[in-house]
Design a protein around this ligand. Structure first.
Ligand code: NAD
Ligand code: UGA
Length: 460
């Protein structure tokens, strides 16, 4: 027992998942001491201050309420591992870039390092919870490393994948569709599982806490992300057909989404999905299928990624075609750079690919985003000489030949487009990569309007 707390939970990894999930646990379970540790000292320092390292609506409030009470951030990884009864591991699991499985499988070197570190310093029994998204059967490897290297303590490895989406992390954590916990079907496995159920029971109703074996839990996370990404690729593939046939993708999405078996969520055509996980997790799934010689299954899922890349390429090609087959020396303003609204995260954002393609066309790119400009500057280091960054969307659009809507931030829906139009080069173009604007109104103002998956409106 640590201090006067009932139990000490430690989370390794103070990122987009570790920070918000632990803040929620600390808020809902005041009798637990929750410490989030990370090797990145700068990140920990930010968690300790008022400028959190990630932007997430509602997060600062919850951190302020719990920090110093039962939520702590620290770089003392070893010391906290030693003191913990329950360890959530929420480190990044990037795609491997070298050797066998390069470009597809997860790079588990950091994962293995953590397992070795836990086994090296532990002097008492611990429950290890996989929070990161991992290839199915990773828990087995972790158990082996822990048990072979440490005979003093008993380690029970569980899977508890995280389903939060960025931008809505706090509400997703507060009202999850489900919490999934996978454990071994042994006495100690089931006992450990109940300990994790006990934590979530503080605020999640029992019927939403799903328990299973570890392998189903690990695979469910990969499958859930693959299904979600597949929906986006499905609607995006139909958007391409809409553009050829004068059908309207928003009408098609509405009509098919009213079928309860299909459902209306996640049917927004876009410039493609981004974010750190969809592509990585599908590649992981593809690799596992290939490993088990399930080549047709692997190919099926790989096509979800191919359509996503196709959609991004198509977006830039449409711009080139519409703007008289040349973008050279034209000022193109990107409204938004984050991979979705309400986050500063730009990992795998389609904006990165689109910017590079525009640079290849010798355009001048002006990037505007309310929260993601720091990350955008980092992402576009390689083409810095043809990019400008401007927080104010009106200034960003001044003298532009075209605006491309990249991120569906609310602010872009309510700008004074009459004023923007007056200050742009003519003919002025808008490419709405999110279908969030009123296209008829823009056309009336004078813009040539190119929505996604519906007929364009041009004045010539
Ligand atoms: P992240 O990169 O934001 O955070 C990971 C943190 O782990 C980093 O701060 C890094 O410094 C730290 N770390 C790495 N190795 C460490 C070590 N040895 N000791 C201590 N700290 C270490 O990653 P994330 O977005 O939070 O994702 C974490 C995992 O959760 C991934 O597996 C991801 O697939 C999964 N996931 C992410 C999301 C999301 O919305 N980002 C949602 C669900 C699941
Ligand atoms: C996604 C899942 O939704 C989470 O459940 C999961 O936990 C997480 O991945 C993860 O494992 O990392 P996230 O990537 O944060 O969450 O955000 P989403 O809302 O899923 O959006 C992903 C991408 O798809 C964004 O680029 C978004 O703009 C795009 N999208 C989403 C569309 O293009 N159309 C849609 O209809 C919905």
């Amino acid at each position: 027992m640590a201090d006067n707390f009932y139990k000490h939970i430690v989370c390794i990894g103070a990122g987009y998942v570790g920070g918000p999930t632990m803040a929620m646990i600390a808020a809902k379970c005041p009798q637990y001491k929750v410490t989030v540790v990370d090797i990145n000292a700068q990140r920990i320092k930010s968690w300790q201050g008022n400028e959190l390292p990630i932007y997430e609506p509602g997060l600062l409030d919850i951190v302020k309420k719990t920090r110093g009470r039962n939520l702590f951030f620290s770089t003392a990884v070893e010391e906290n591992i030693k003191a913990a009864e329950i360890i959530f591991v929420s480190i990044n699991t990037p795609t491997k870039t070298y050797g066998s499985g390069a470009g597809k499988t997860a790079d588990l070197q950091y994962w293995e390092k953590i397992a070795r570190e836990i086994s090296k310093v532990s002097e008492s029994d611990k429950i290890i919870v996989e929070k990161s998204t991992l290839p199915v059967r990773t828990a087995e490897a972790m158990e082996r490393i822990l048990r072979v290297n440490n005979k003093k303590a008993h380690f029970e490895v569980l899977s508890n994948p995280e389903f939060l989406a960025e931008g809505t992390a706090i509400s997703d954590l507060e009202n999850p569709d489900r919490v999934l916990i996978g454990a071994r079907d042994t006495q100690s496995g089931q006992k450990a599982m109940l300990e994790i159920v006990d934590i979530y029971k503080h605020w999640v109703s029992k019927d939403k806490i799903v328990t299973s074996d570890i392998w189903s839990s690990e695979l469910s996370k990969l499958a859930a992300n693959a299904f979600l990404a597949q929906r986006i690729s499905s609607i995006n593939s139909i958007s391409a057909l809409c553009e050829k046939t004068e059908a309207d993708i928003t009408k098609v999405a509405r009509a098919i989404g009213m079928d309860r078996r299909i459902g209306s969520n996640f049917l927004n055509a876009s410039i493609g999905f981004g974010g750190s996980c969809f592509k990585k997790d599908i590649l992981n799934l593809v690799y596992i299928c290939e490993y088990y010689s399930l080549y047709e299954v692997a190919q099926y899922w790989e096509n979800v990624i191919k359509i996503n890349e196709y959609q991004q390429t198509r977006f830039v090609k449409n711009m080139v075609n519409a703007m008289f087959n040349t973008l050279a020396n034209k000022r193109i303003t990107l409204f938004g750079f984050a991979f979705k609204a309400n986050t500063s995260d730009t990992r795998e954002s389609p904006a990165i690919y689109i910017s590079h393609k525009l640079a290849e066309e010798h355009s001048r790119i002006i990037v505007s985003d309310p929260k993601a400009l720091d990350n955008a500057q980092y992402d576009l280091k390689g083409i810095a000489d043809c990019v400008e960054f401007e927080l104010d969307p009106y200034k960003a659009a001044r003298n532009a030949h075209a605006i491309a809507i990249i991120t569906e931030w609310d602010i872009y829906k309510t700008l004074d487009y009459e004023r923007i139009y007056q200050q742009m080069e003519k003919p002025a173009f808008i490419f709405d990569g999110r279908n969030i604007l009123c296209h008829k109104k823009l056309y009336k103002i004078g813009f040539n309007v190119y929505p996604l998956g519906m007929p364009c409106m041009q004045h010539f």
